[in-house]
Design a protein around this ligand. Structure first.
Ligand code: ADE
Length: 292
């Protein structure tokens, strides 16, 4: 789905009520996340729907070189992110207290003073996590406070992940079965998918209900003017003005596309009506005639 319609100036901002969600991101490359200031998410922050803070992990180190990594115990290639800077950064977020630069000492546990209330959700992007999807995006969109811990190198010392599980609702999350260089891009993917579901972030909420994955089906093909382009016509039914027929045609295209490209999604659906099932049977028999 491309960029949905932005909010208009007539939309009521919620500054008075405060942001509907807080997002913190911890990274050694905070500049990576600058893209989030653009477009609808940047607008949502400006309008007070969303609070977004990006923290530099190196601000929670105390040595001259701002070291965040070390060699793995047991040997092996690559480096491992050290536990303590992560613990300090996460404690800073939990307590709203200052970073190393504000004078916290490196070995002082701050979590005892953490604000009471529901635990924030800590998302740790990792190829070893549960695979992120629209259902998880919807779940996360209903939460108050998300924290993204962007690991680099071979990953983060497991002890600080285990420790964080005592203070956060911990969710190791993968964005797909491939390996990235770090969690920044994966975090941006998840932040974009989640924040666009927050009420008010997208001006026209209908654009949320009419898109791929919203109800487990892929999106229908879309067209705009001119009606003939380089000899290719827009499907005639879309010019007919017959809304019921257009709705059925669109539904059929969604079913057809999903059956072709993502049959695994169809298997998960249990609310297909008899017209849907008839359409699927028709596509199936058309396909088997073509391949015979
Ligand atoms: N970090 C590296 N690869 C990743 C992936 N596929 N998903 C989330 N985080 C990652």
């Amino acid at each position: 789905m491309s960029e949905p319609s932005p909010m208009t100036d007539n939309d009521t901002p919620t500054e008075a009520a405060g942001p509907q969600m807080s997002i913190d991101v911890v990274s050694i490359f905070p500049e990576y996340l600058a893209g989030l200031q653009l477009s609808l998410i940047g607008k949502a922050v400006d309008r007070g729907h969303l609070r977004l803070d990006v923290h530099d992990l190196r601000d929670f180190t105390f040595d001259r070189h701002n070291t965040v990594d070390d060699s793995p115990y047991g040997g092996g290639a690559g480096m491992v992110m050290k536990a303590e800077p992560w613990a300090l950064a996460l404690e800073h977020i939990l307590t709203g207290r200052g970073s190393a630069e504000d004078g916290d000492s490196p070995d002082r546990g701050l979590v005892d003073g953490a604000a009471a209330g529901p635990r924030p959700t800590l998302i740790v992007p990792s190829p070893a996590g549960q695979v992120f999807d629209q259902r998880i995006a919807e779940d996360l969109a209903g939460r108050d406070h998300l924290v993204f811990a962007c690991g680099r190198y071979e990953g983060i010392d497991q002890r600080v992940i285990d420790w964080a599980g005592e203070h956060f609702d911990l969710l190791p999350m993968s964005i797909g079965d491939y390996v990235l260089n770090g969690g920044e891009v994966a975090s941006m993917v998840m932040i974009e998918a989640v924040s666009r579901l927050i009420p008010g972030v997208i001006g026209n909420p209908e654009s949320l209900t009419e898109e791929s994955h919203e109800d487990g089906l892929l999106e229908y093909p879309i067209y705009t003017k001119p009606s003939t382009w380089r000899g290719r016509e827009v499907p005639e039914i879309l010019l007919s003005g017959n809304h019921a027929a257009i709705a059925r045609w669109r539904r059929d295209r969604r079913l057809e596309r999903t059956a072709e490209v993502r049959p695994d999604l169809l298997e998960k659906l249990n609310d297909l009506n008899k017209d849907d099932l008839a359409a699927l049977e028709r596509f199936e028999s058309e396909r088997s005639t073509v391949t015979e």
